[in-house]
Write a protein that binds this ligand. Structure first.
Ligand code: ZN
Length: 199
């Protein structure tokens, strides 16, 4: 656990009761209509309930009617599928926002040739993102160079969306220079894959 995880308010998961820093948990609030909403960005007003970032805890919470218990009164029974779908979408959006932020702070390289060249040198690249629609031949080339360098590679987004995040045309290979932002993005992607069931 990093130091950062020790800071900030602690909350407990309504399913397994584990107490963690709230940044490591998923927040839920009740809409005025009585619907349970996922509030991954922890921005919505109102009293919140929390689960671990694991779908098993979300599933348990729904099954055991924990949401109805914490949001007393007018809480409509949520479905696991709907909450999971919303959570997956929000984590994916968070990754996209962070990648856009990385681009703005100038720590991003994009384009397969450039990334492969820089990875081949002793560059400071510490994370590689490959689009879902990248050709398998190029993908395996990039992955093998990155693996040699001990740089993690993740497949995420399509090249149109990746290009959009880069403020360019299509981009199928994007790499980030090492630093806290690259580390945060790597962690968010791992979380995303775990929640979306791709890992
Ligand atoms: Zn839990």
């Amino acid at each position: 656990m990093s130091k950062a995880s020790q800071q900030g308010p602690q909350r407990s998961c309504i399913a397994c009761r584990k107490v963690l820093d709230q940044s490591l948990l998923v927040r839920y609030v009740l809409s005025p209509q009585g619907e349970v909403l996922v509030d991954y960005g922890r921005k919505l007003p109102g009293r919140g309930g929390y689960t671990c970032c694991e779908v098993s805890c979300l599933e348990t919470a729904v099954k055991r009617k924990q949401f109805e218990r914490i949001f007393t009164g007018c809480c409509l029974p949520p479905t696991y599928e709907a909450l999971k779908e919303s959570l997956v979408k929000q984590v994916r959006q968070r990754v996209a926002n962070l990648v856009g932020m990385a681009r703005k702070s100038g720590i991003v390289r994009s384009g397969s040739r450039l990334v492969m060249t820089e990875l081949g040198r002793d560059s400071e690249l510490s994370l590689v993102l490959l689009s879902e629609d990248l050709s398998p031949t190029i993908a395996s080339k990039v992955v093998s160079i990155a693996e040699n360098r001990g740089v993690p590679c993740h497949v995420i987004f399509d090249k149109g969306y990746m290009g959009q995040l880069m403020g360019k045309g299509e981009r199928s290979v994007v790499a980030l220079r090492s630093g806290p932002l690259a580390e945060t993005i790597n962690n968010e992607i791992l979380r995303y894959k775990q929640i979306a069931g791709e890992a």
